[in-house]
Design a protein around this ligand. Sequence first.
Ligand code: SF4
Length: 386
Amino acid sequence: MKIAIIDADLLGRQRHRFPNLACEKISGYWKEQGATVELKLDYENFDDYDQVFVSKVFTDTPVPEWLCETEKVHIGGTGFYFDKAPNLPDEIEHHMPDYRLYDEWIKSTVERAKQAAQVAGTPFNEKSFMLQFKEYTDYCIGFLTRGCFRKCKFCVNQKFDHVFVHSPLEEFYYDECKKICLLDDNFFGCPRWEELLAELQATGKRFKFKQGLDERLLTEKKCELLFSSNYDGDFTFAFDNVSDYDLIHEKLKMIRRYSASRNIKFYVLTGFESIDHIDIENAFKRIALLLRYECLPYLMRYQNKNDTPWKRSKYAGLYIAMARWCNQPSILKKMSFRYFCEANQALRKDQTTYCSSMKAMTDFEKEHPEIAKKYFDLRYGENFEV
Ligand code: SF4
């Protein structure tokens, strides 16, 4: 039996660097059945295989127009079906992922880069080049829980109205992996979170929740256990809605009591409720609160399969400038938004015209001076309060 597995995001997104868990599970399952499994890197010669599995996570990843489900070809994932994506069959869903699926691709990518460096006569540092593959090589990956009760309108997670235990840790735990990466949707929404967290801690390995955690559910107990964990990298939460302002404010005080100096990152969703000046103001209001608690906002611009609303906004340039400022912590920690735009302008050769950031900022300021006055000069850590 010859099986081809296509990770469509890997083929269709240039800088995509995260393993597709469904692909790894399908591979693990079929290898156990004695099949020859190949990570296929194109959409050609399907006749050479008995079965072809194509999976994608992102709706905007391009795939060939002719691609469709047939007896031989199976397509799946939120990238194809959004919130209606069918589940994998149980025997695959609960199979140990094949963490070696991407090995050959990594090896050949490294070889190609080495050769290119040789031809160009430039030095090649394999260790730093390999860093881009760390999610493939260093982590065991899985869902301890699944589901979420919040049903945020912009989220693919609409199937369930509660959080439930999905996989026992041993189902995807592989001792040779250095760390653990959890893809849970809303871990703290699970009634058994404490027991599951204790299991993670007992492994002695570093772990992280890739999708972020729900800070609205934080309690003193959760903070105590979470922030004393052997956590991998930054803690990530989301501040999607300005109507949660007071609640998030309370939780930020709590977070900083347990974690005074760690990097805490918050996704800040924009361009969903609207794409006007109110959306811009709401984003700045959330960013300002996060900066006050020395947290790092990460600006997300909403898009779905059919639409990228912020691109239609008269403030599209401002969304871009805000994202460039927010999403680079080394810049954000040093510069206010205005300073960032002015620094960009200073680098411009032609000083008779404005660079895109400066133009977006000054145009907005002319229209809405009261919003600009309130937020454009705020700096990270200013008026830090616990
Ligand atoms: S809380 Fe998170 S996982 Fe749950 S519906 Fe909202 S965005 Fe999705």
